[in-house]
Design a binder for this molecule. Sequence first.
Ligand SMILES: *Cc1c(COP(=O)(O)O)cnc(C)c1O
Length: 467
Amino acid sequence: MDRTLAADLARLPELLEATRRAAADALATLDTRPVLAADGAAPHSPAPLPEPLPEDGSGADAALAAFRDRWEPRLSASAGPRYLGFVTGGATPAALAGDWLTAAHDQNSNSALDGAGQDLERETVGWLRELFGLSDAQTGTFVSGATMSNTTGLAIAREWLGERLGVSPGEDGAAVLGPVRVLSGAPHSSIAKALSVLGLGRSSLVPVPTLPGREAVDPAALDRALADSPGPAVVVANAGTVNTVDFDDLRAVAALKERHDFWLHTDAAFGAFAALSPEHAHLTAGLDAADSLCVDLHKWLNVPYDSAVQFTRRQDLQARVFQNSAAYLGPLGSHPDLVHLTPENSHRLRALAAWFTLRAYGRRGHREIVERDIACARALGAELAGDPAFRLLAPVRLNVVCFTLADDPAPARLAALREAAAAEVFVTPTVLAGTPALRAAFSNWRTTHEDVRRAAQALRTAAREIA
Ligand SMILES: *Cc1c(COP(=O)(O)O)cnc(C)c1O
């Protein structure tokens, strides 16, 4: 064994202890260090020049010191309470513990040949099914994020189209389907990416009109678009759009199945968590009707990156797409090993972090996070609506505030505003119905009303500075 490696092995407990201290330090300063410095880097550290690959290593202690010196100061406080960009949860204490142990055990939980990893994943999927009020008809698998969940769901949709037409795209390629129509009101950008990956093409996405002033699909327009469809189609329903957290009427969309032949894929990446709040659960009515369903976990469940779940009612079709036959792997059977269900073959025991946080805090604990984040979004929305410098572009339906400058919301001015506020609060740019805007998304378990007060103050000060 390499001498340095052997020395690290001999000191493994001490190394883990030093790493634990470094992690604790990083978490202890989450609230006080800049969320993001104005130039996107920490104030005292210019971009480090790439170093050459070390010929001889100097051990884990030295690697830890180099990381803390060169890279750690340049990382954002995205695990913290005032990083409101994109939709970015943090990691609950239990989720973090689960993630550490995932790496420590380093399981490849993709088949029954190897320990109970995939049983743990199945237990966790069962808990998630209950959390979102889904029926037992939905089976689920863990994937790396909502983009991969959408890609997997649409891959199953592709195989379903083949089934309807008496062909198999999995065997013979997507071309056997001929032109495909994927209908959606306000799909997330990852849907187009998934269609590109799957060989259906970005141009297979057919936009369907949304309701006036909304991002929710107009069910009557969808009805007409389906009537115009020459053959079976795919509908992507959106349960929580990123700009205004609008929800398609999932029950009305599903009811169209009585008249039209289509696969229903629902993207509920973070919107599914509305089911945890009795006041908002009605938004998710009809979630279970999906043939395939995407839910992100590294957002509002607050597990570390990267984690999402993919539910479907047609595991048989899923296995047709993703089966991986090899002499040393288990047969497909009625409970296929995970290796036959997801794009990757090997995968980490990704479910463990989700298992930990659900085991530790239960439905009630996660409901409290969701409801507090919603209350915080409302409070920020009220602060900004009451300030003449700002204008809300949509009501705060759930956990996102979509707003802009009341006076000349040019992209350059919004960028200046974001930068001026970025040490205190990080928000991300968008465009809503042609208007450049900013989004503040609440999904972190740490965020409190004190953070809302600080965020509002920082945005106000920044608006004055750039005026
Ligand atoms: C975040 C998001 C995605 C993509 O999720 P990743 O985890 O970044 O892959 C897809 N759809 C919606 C609605 C999202 O909010």
